[in-house]
Design a protein around this ligand. Structure first.
Ligand SMILES: C=CC1=C(C)c2cc3[nH]c(cc4nc(cc5[nH]c(cc1n2)c(C)c5CCC(=O)O)C(CCC(=O)O)=C4C)c(C)c3C=C
Ligand SMILES: [Fe+2]
Length: 477
């Protein structure tokens, strides 16, 4: 890891990290000043003193919910900093879990982390007036807020209900009472952050742009919509409760008012990949098990080989990071539903029930691409244009990718067809791992039933050191 060292005093977490800038009504002056000593919370003490809490996981939104339900005195006058109240546990209506993943670490969470059930993904453009210092300040605030929300805390110590009644709350509040739900928040930098359309180096980082970070090329059959593509920054929020994921994106967006603009966003449900051997393989909207051959966190050495940028790869600031390729892929559900079971299986090269390759065995048996068809003819049992054949590492110089996609359904079009599909997310050490496979899929039998309508690529910096911020290795302050 190549983190720029930082000191406690330089990077002391503080509510100030969340306060508004003059062009930003998201943050009023710190409400803690109004609250008085009686209102001080364990969180406040931790923040003021710069000492990390020994057990930050104790302070949960759920704890606060219990206190509210019990009518805890003082909250109505903005007394108690919400997140400190750890008693009176109420269960979540959203079905979330108490799982937490650390925000700080060598790699960002949300990549090899076991894929959660829900996604809210957002792409932002940095506003023309935003300076480098303001961008760094935003990344600092984002990291601080993310480090709290991923532990089930409000966005700041005063949070949703602990601040001044005369100022907008720091936290929007819709996650009050919900457990952490395994929330992970992953940040990325698009090619246009380094140089804009006119070639301008807006933030003095053009020289540090990874040579591999170029907009994805046009692929055969693409029907890309600009409004669903690209973006200077991306944020992937995954959780086991949709409201927790949406709360995270909403509050991060709010922190960026005046500095960034939401370009597009995507909700997802029903993860379409497993990233851990502890997880059952889920199904996509075509009804097939998806993620069987995905990279799993438990595969020794594979993430270093295929997912994490190594120090020797360069640039130095990306060591421990990754690249994220995103594709919004519409699935033509109604056409697919008229295809026979045999042809559906032929298209993927796996059976629909168990997900086993058509060459035989069980779900996790490696496909045999030379096994002959049942009639004993020349044709192999796994079609030459089957999806798993074309996407398999044997067909792609050994290259793999960590898939982390989600189903989406967004109503229907004017012909009464579901606007549904796969929001495909793949993490790779080198974007060419995705590009080569996507080119190989040009003859995929599946193409008759899908349309790629959105695209994007982002450099995913390494994780932040405790108390630091994501992107510190790039900006160096
Ligand atoms: C460029 C990469 C890929 C795109 C785009 C893609 C789209 C896509 N895939 C499915 C469903 C399945 N994919 C499966 C396997 C699979 N897919 C890719 C890559 C892309 N898929 C890879 C690398 C693999 C693994 C190949 C291997 O190593 O065997 C499967 C089989 C089960 C599994 O291993 O996950 C399914 C099912 C859809 C529906 C889709 C677009 C909408
Ligand atoms: Fe696939």
């Amino acid at each position: 890891m190549d983190h720029v060292p930082n000191t406690e005093s330089e990077r002391e977490p503080d509510d100030a990290a969340i306060e508004a800038t003059s062009d930003d009504d998201a943050g009023a002056p710190s409400p803690r000043a109004d609250a008085g000593p009686a209102a001080r919370t364990a969180d406040d003490a931790e923040l003021d003193g710069g000492e990390p809490a020994a057990h930050p996981h104790r302070f949960t939104r759920r704890g606060l919910f219990g206190a509210l339900a019990a009518g805890a005195a003082g909250l109505a006058v903005g007394g108690a900093g919400g997140a400190a109240v750890a008693t009176g546990v109420a269960s979540s209506a959203g079905g979330g879990t108490t799982t937490t993943y650390p925000f700080f670490g060598a790699h960002q969470a949300g990549i090899v982390t076991p894929a959660q059930d829900r996604l809210h993904f957002a792409s932002f453009d940095v506003s023309p007036e935003t300076t480098r210092d303001e961008l760094v300040d935003l990344l600092t605030k984002w990291s601080y807020a993310a480090s709290r929300m991923t532990q089930g805390l409000d966005v700041s110590a005063s949070g949703a209900v602990g601040g001044s009644p005369f100022a907008p709350p720091d936290d929007t509040g819709e996650a009050l009472g919900l457990p952490p739900s395994g929330l992970t928040i992953t940040f990325g930098f698009g090619p246009s952050l380094f140089t804009d359309d006119s070639g301008t180096d807006r933030f003095g980082i053009a020289a540090q742009k990874p040579p591999l970070l170029e907009p994805l090329p046009r692929f055969s059959g693409d029907a890309i919509e600009a409004a669903r593509s690209g973006g200077d920054l991306c944020v992937q929020a995954c959780a086991d409760d949709p409201q927790v994921a949406v709360h995270a994106i909403r509050n991060l967006t709010r922190l960026g008012f005046g500095r960034i603009v939401l370009r597009w966003s995507q909700l997802g449900f029903g993860r379409t990949s497993s990233t851990s051997t502890t997880q059952q393989t889920p199904r996509n909207l075509f009804g097939f098990k998806d993620g069987t051959a995905n990279i799993k966190a438990e595969e020794a050495g594979v993430a270093d080989e295929q997912v994490w940028v190594q120090a020797a790869d360069g640039p130095a600031w990306m060591a421990g990071g990754s690249y994220l390729a995103a594709r919004r892929i519409r699935m033509l559900i109604e056409s697919w539903d008229r295809v026979s079971l045999g042809e559906q299986q032929n298209i993927f090269g796996r059976n629909k029930g168990e997900g086993a390759p058509l060459s035989g065995g069980t779900e996790f048996t490696e496909p045999n691409f030379t096994a002959p068809g049942a009639e004993g003819g020349d044709e192999p049992v796994i079609d030459m244009k089957a999806h798993v054949r074309l996407a398999h590492p044997d067909n792609n110089a050994g290259s793999r990718m960590l898939r982390r996609g989600y189903n989406y359904v967004e109503g229907n079009d004017d012909l009464g067809r579901l606007d549904a599909g796969l929001f495909f997310l793949a993490y790779v050490r080198d974007p060419d791992q995705f590009i080569a496979v996507q080119h190989a899929l040009a003859t995929d039998l599946l193409n008759e039933y899908i349309r790629h309508v959105g695209t994007g690529i982002w450099a995913i910096p390494p994780g932040a050191a405790e108390g630091g911020y994501v992107g510190q290795t790039l900006f160096g302050v």
